[in-house]
Design a protein around this ligand. Structure first.
Ligand SMILES: Cc1cc2nc3c(=O)[nH]c(=O)nc-3n(C[C@H](O)[C@H](O)[C@H](O)COP(=O)(O)O)c2cc1C
Length: 169
């Protein structure tokens, strides 16, 4: 039976949503059914065979919606293939090397059996919410550092693993 994948995310300014939608699109192209949904809209994950959870990074923490999602659904998540990602760095570092998860995400990964983790570059552009966001932008440190090639390659690996699994089970 083909997998049904939930790609869910916590976002303040929308850039993590685009990453999640890209991952879901790549999975669909591989023949895996997948949908991207903001974490607060997900009430039940029983109908999904696998889950990808992502969050923007804010002050060294995963977005609160991603944290809450993992807490709320921890029992159901424990029985499903699971992937985590973050989006944050406002420079090219995430394209250049693997950036480890922030401590809170690391702890959640230790509690749950996460298949793979990735940190993707972030995005902060005019119109972003909040005083600190405006300060970062006015100091010239904003921009779009999402590397969609890297994101797509990561999603292809997820799809390959799920397709493999469904063929061997
Ligand atoms: C107030 C604020 C704090 C941030 N803190 C971090 C951080 O601790 N680490 C990091 O890598 N990026 C940080 N960023 C960059 C964001 O993670 C980046 O803009 C991300 O793409 C936001 O995701 P979103 O658009 O889905 O909300 C911060 C941005 C803002 C505005």
């Amino acid at each position: 039976m083909p997998s049904n994948v939930l790609v869910t995310y916590g976002t303040t300014n929308g850039s993590t949503a685009r990453i999640a939608e890209t991952i879901a699109e790549v999975l669909r192209k591989q023949g895996v059914s997948a949908e991207a949904m903001p974490a607060p809209s997900v009430t039940n994950i029983e109908s999904y065979d696998a889950v990808v959870v992502g969050g923007g990074l804010y002050a060294g923490r995963w977005h609160k919606d991603a944290r809450r999602f993992v807490r709320r659904h921890r029992r159901a998540l424990a029985g499903r293939p699971l992937w985590f990602f973050s989006s944050g760095p406002l420079d090219a570092t995430a394209s250049e090397r693997d950036i480890p998860p922030v401590p809170g995400v690391r702890r959640a990964m230790n509690r749950l059996d996460v298949e793979e983790y990735a940190t993707f570059g972030g995005c902060l552009e005019a119109g972003a919410k909040g005083f600190v966001a405006r300060k970062i932008l006015s100091s010239g440190k904003g921009g779009d550092f999402r590397d969609f090639g890297q994101i797509e390659a990561w999603a292809v690996r997820i799809g390959a693993e799920l397709v493999n699994e469904s063929q061997t089970s």
